[in-house]
Design a protein around this ligand. Structure first.
Ligand SMILES: Cc1cc2nc3c(=O)[nH]c(=O)nc-3n(C[C@H](O)[C@H](O)[C@H](O)COP(=O)(O)O)c2cc1C
Length: 346
């Protein structure tokens, strides 16, 4: 959320400026990103194409919340502020901005001025101007009680308005705040996380090698491409995996991207007991990488790095050689089950 304060007091660093920055911070929970003390723009406001004035206008337009503040002179806001507001096009100049009018005055006589005079102008410029104007007595310019009272009432509205205003101004419809938002991840059990991860479909690869002359390997759905230069892929392996403990000692690791015909092969390569390679046709490279017949891609890899990541390790594999058969359809793993790809007609 970008917050800006615009201060139309001919005196620099005025009490109006202090009130406006306090209000912006109270409404958004953090200090304003920009404070535009219009007196700094001086005669630029009277010139036609002043760069600093143009930049100030852009700052306002790009903001989510703008507190527009002025002292009350002769019952209304200042000419300085008028000159600045004149730079915004009617109806659309402040579109997408949530504007909060604030005025300071010597006595209570003009307490309605922010609502009767300033707010209509901001609405006319296209700002979302829903909050009532705030009028502060000069001697109470930093009165925390008044500011706290206004904030308590309007801060939740500002949060909602910002989401909706930004979305509608950019033309993608109101962003709904989901309530209650999410299941707290701390409270999530493994089942909940598995279900969430399972929403993301992946392929399945076999990661295999000769260890002590015996084919050794496992099925992984965590295979992913990483880098072209150098050529890298990765898999995530469970810290408890006994298979990986043996595989990591191997010089070369074969990665076979399983095909849709490999459903049973995949189950076999994940089996806890028995010979995972029984009945499979294997190819072995000189370096000891083991590859599965009928895969859609074969990669001959070396381990580049192993990065601890929670209860898994991310294993970076550097590709030394490869062979692909893109006409062979891959196996798809989704929500704990195997799927097939179907072509989307163009
Ligand atoms: C479809 C599928 C995907 C799998 N993906 C992974 C994986 O990404 N990482 C992993 O460590 N184990 C994965 N597994 C489990 C291993 O294939 C295998 O069951 C596990 O390594 C067996 O434990 P062990 O290594 O102690 O023998 C997957 C299993 C299946 C069926």
């Amino acid at each position: 959320m970008i917050t800006t304060v615009v201060v139309g007091n001919p005196k620099p660093n005025s009490r109006t400026l202090t009130s406006a920055t306090l209000l912006a911070e109270a409404l958004t929970g953090r200090p304003a990103d920009h404070v535009l003390d219009l007196v700094d723009l001086e005669s630029g406001l009277l010139a036609r194409d002043d760069e600093a004035v143009g930049a100030a206008v852009r700052t306002v337009v790009q903001s989510d919340v703008v507190v527009i503040a002025s002292p009350t002179f002769k019952g209304t806001y200042t000419g300085l502020l008028k000159l600045f507001l004149d730079r915004f096009a009617g109806r659309s100049g402040m579109q997408g901005v949530v504007a909060v009018p604030l005025m300071l005055g010597a006595g209570p006589t003009h307490a309605m001025a922010p609502d009767l005079l300033l707010r209509p102008v901001l609405a006319e410029l296209g700002a979302t101007c829903v909050l009532p104007g705030l009028y502060l007595l000069e001697e109470k310019y930093n009165d925390s009680t008044e500011l706290a009272e206004y904030t308590r009432r309007w801060e939740p509205v500002v949060t909602k308005l910002v989401a909706t205003t930004r979305a509608t101004a950019r033309g993608y419809g109101a962003a709904e705040t989901i309530s209650p938002p999410f299941t707290a991840v701390d409270a999530a059990d493994a089942r909940l996380l598995r279900d969430a991860f399972g929403c993301f479909p992946s392929g399945v690869a076999a990661v295999c090698s000769l260890v002590d002359g015996e084919p050794t390997g496992m099925a992984v759905s965590s295979f992913t491409s990483v880098s072209l230069d150098p050529p890298l892929v990765s898999v995530c392996v469970d810290n408890e995996s006994t298979t990986w403990r043996r595989l990591r000692a191997a010089g070369r690791i074969g990665v076979s991207v399983l095909s849709e015909a490999h459903e049973a092969v995949c189950r076999s390569l994940a089996a806890r007991t028995g010979d995972r390679f029984a009945g499979l046709t294997l190819h072995t490279t000189v370096g000891g990488a083991v590859l599965i017949e009928g895969a859609t891609a074969w990669l001959d890899c070396m381990i580049q790095d192993e990065i601890p990541a929670g209860d898994h390790h991310i294993v970076l594999l550097r590709i030394a050689g490869l062979r692909t058969g893109p006409e062979t359809r891959p196996l798809v793993f989704h929500q704990s089950g195997f799927r097939r790809l179907i072509e989307v007609p163009t």
